[in-house]
Design a protein. Structure first.
Length: 262
């Protein structure tokens, strides 16, 4: 059984690329479930109902995960409960709407648990310990689903590798998101967990993490504020496919996928 995981979708260009390319990739790789990080879908920050409907449901994306930009679109707080296939990070204030993990059925009717977690190192947030949260959620899921996919939305490669090692043998895949740059370290760890520090993004090649180059350069070189507009053309999709045994949840293989959309 195979699952496709897609990195941070940035803006309208990213959504268009996902809507068109993901159904093709799903067929090409025989994936029964697609998970994508949607924290930058709406104009580069946050998400809303319109964005979600433009990429879900299958044959594009089945499950959308979140990150530090989860609530950038102010009305989404009221909307999230209409979208049970959208997850916000699990290790946040208890009062936040939505949920941090869920069970979803693949095309083959295999149950897959998907968990959204937020890192704390070099991220200015007030998230709870993501390691303890992972333990809690895995205990709650119990034996309901041996196949578990974790989106670890974090900045530091060390924290991400630590999470991969921490969950090795207990999750099918631990995939990093947030940095928007795909890393070349995809591997199946000794306990059977597929791991990659960062899956990358669905965003513009001629950009800085999906944003126009000039204003980002201006801010870096002068320290003056600038508006970081999203670049919506010249989009590449970065994703990762994991092949696993549905009975044990162990990963067999993992590989990176990159496609140019326009
Ligand atoms: Fe992001
Ligand atoms: Fe992020």
């Amino acid at each position: 059984m195979r699952i496709l995981f897609v990195g941070d979708i940035v803006g309208k260009g990213g959504r268009r690329a996902v809507a068109e390319l993901v159904p093709q990739l799903r067929r090409e790789f025989g994936c029964g479930l697609v998970v994508a990080n949607g924290e930058n879908m709406a104009g580069g920050g946050g998400m809303n109902g319109k964005c979600i409907r433009s990429i879900t449901p299958a044959p594009a994306v089945d499950v959308v995960t979140g990150g530090d930009h989860m609530w950038d679109q102010k009305d989404f707080v009221q909307e999230i409960d209409h979208f049970p296939w959208v997850l916000r990070p699990a290790n946040v204030y208890a009062g936040q709407p939505g949920r941090g993990f869920g069970l979803f059925k693949t095309e083959e009717k295999v149950e897959v648990a998907v968990i959204s977690l937020l890192g704390r190192t070099f991220l200015n947030n007030q998230a709870d310990c993501p390691f303890a949260a992972a333990d809690r959620i895995l205990a709650e899921i119990g034996g309901q689903s041996p196949v578990v996919v974790v989106d670890f939305h974090a900045e530091a490669t060390s924290e991400k590798i630590a999470m991969g090692r921490y969950l090795d043998g207990r999750a099918t895949a631990v995939f990093g998101t947030h940095t928007h740059v795909a890393t070349a370290d995809e591997q199946v760890l000794p306990g059977g967990t597929a791991f990659q520090c960062d899956v990358g993004m669905v965003g513009a090649r001629d950009s800085i993490l999906g944003r126009a180059i000039a204003p980002v350069l201006q801010r870096f070189s002068t320290g003056m504020p600038a508006r970081f507009d999203v670049v919506n053309q010249g989009i590449s999709l970065h994703g990762t496919v994991v092949e696993c045994d549905p009975a044990s949840g162990r990963a067999r293989q993992v590989w990176r996928v990159a496609r140019n959309f326009d």
